[in-house]
Ligand binder design. Sequence first.
Ligand code: NAG
Ligand code: NAG
Ligand code: NAG
Ligand code: NAG
Ligand code: NAG
Length: 497
Amino acid sequence: MAETSLIIYKVFLCFFFGFVVLIQSAPQTALITKIPGIAETLPSKHYSGYVTIDQSHGKNLFYYFVESERNSTKDPVVLWLNGGPGCSSFDGFVYEHGPFNFEAAKTNGSLPQLHLNPYSWSKVSNIIYLDSPAGVGFSYSSNRTDYKTGDLKTASDTHTFLLKWFELYPEFLPNPFFIAGESYAGIYVPTLANEVVKGIDAGIKPILNFKGYMVGNGVSDDKFDGNALVPFAHGMGLISDELFEEVNSECKGNYYNPPLTDPCQSKLGKVDEDLEGLNIYDILEPCYHSPEIREVTTASIKLPSSFRRLGETERPLAVRKRMFGRAWPLRAPVRHGIVPTWPQLANSNSVPCTDDEVATSWLNDQAVRKAIHAEEESVVGSWDLCTDQITYYHDAGSMIPYHKNLTSRGYRALIYSGDHDMCVPYTGSQAWTRSIGYKIVDEWRAWISNGQVAGYTQGYENNLTFLTIKGAGHTVPEYKPKEALDFYSRFLAGEPI
Ligand SMILES: *[C@@H]1O[C@H](CO)[C@@H](O)[C@H](O)[C@H]1NC(C)=O
Ligand SMILES: *[C@@H]1O[C@H](CO)[C@@H](O)[C@H](O)[C@H]1NC(C)=O
Ligand SMILES: *[C@@H]1O[C@H](CO)[C@@H](O)[C@H](O)[C@H]1NC(C)=O
Ligand SMILES: *[C@@H]1O[C@H](CO)[C@@H](O)[C@H](O)[C@H]1NC(C)=O
Ligand SMILES: *[C@@H]1O[C@H](CO)[C@@H](O)[C@H](O)[C@H]1NC(C)=O
């Protein structure tokens, strides 16, 4: 049942017994008491359930809330959003920075083993994983017309969710509040931040203590993102100097909307040919295409070990060789209008470059769904990492004006990029952050984690920071969990990274 209707029910009961009790804290019905797959006691409280954002439509968004393992009273609250459009934020929970490391089941039909994640973002923050928009992950609507949506509607729905969520958890209202996300959430985050700020300006209650936001390998602007690939491919040594010079002069440096001339198109075709077969989420990782073998042993990977190590972590589950976020074929950046989801693009349910087995088996297990208060399959269907049941419009345009607006009003922004991602390459994010024209206050320098260079950063006025994570792919904390927790903690604390 939706949390809000539960609360109404409780208040009603209170009236019935002749007294009014104001519900002042986290709803106890949302508390998770036992999680299949882990024997240890949880290091902090976990809550999950639905918030009804449109009663008449029966539109319900699912969240999973992890309290901070440090000091939940004082630590910030962060909303986490994965992209797609159409991908569940359990991607972040299972594969990136959630409280558990998942170890694949050893035998068929059994559940993955869960271990505590020493680099969970809940070490330093309270974090809400939200499935959005309705139709994604465990979120759903009883009125299917809601599955046709876009940027602006999603932002206003998520704002409604936040207002209702904080009504359910009012003790977290004083904590600093941040919004974070990755990939297509490069659109979700600034558009939602804009709604939040508008709400604060208009005095809409509850007043959110909004401080800033983070975007990782985020879609931002069709022109900058569309022009990012060719320079990336050249800088990474994937295309020759000659081809780089030729494609540049034939297409006049315009890859976002290239001239339809034969020479430009044929040079671009050559670029595609050179990049074909690479894993676009991390060019150092192997990639397999259906119907070939799904997994190989490390021994058969041909990368030199020094390169291989870039993708290795201390986790029991290796980084995914296959996955999908909002990915699009090379040279097809997100543009105004309909944005096909991956399953729609691939025109099939077997999407190339996906590995969602651990999450899929865990989140479709009946005991797990019951434990985390997810609706039954008869109501919400099976859980998919990325769904094709939504029709999604990119209708918010470029994010650059949003970033300008938010940062000039004092909200802090961290724009970070795994520097080996070819899906939303760092070259685009670096170029658009620079294009805003803010004064550089912290000139390009290495940033350090664990005594090592972990990447590079450039700081601009108005607390706009661009950051790379060396050797990381599209989903940064999946590849570099320790370094990710480091920059995340420093950013939230308002410290230099
Ligand atoms: C947590 O932070 C609050 C607010 O700063 C403080 O009053 C409280 O003592 C802290 N709790 C612990 C266990 O440190
Ligand atoms: C596990 O089950 C799947 C589907 O039922 C089957 O294709 C696969 O071969 C099984 N794997 C093992 C190791 O038994
Ligand atoms: C679903 O929503 C649409 C748009 O608000 C409305 O016109 C329609 O009547 C609704 N359908 C049902 C079954 O409630
Ligand atoms: C900035 O955003 C606010 C709402 O948050 C809006 O009222 C204002 O018009 C925007 N300013 C610009 C220059 O876009
Ligand atoms: C930047 O952020 C810090 C830490 O929150 C804050 O003290 C400072 O006022 C901010 N600067 C600007 C220009 O907004």
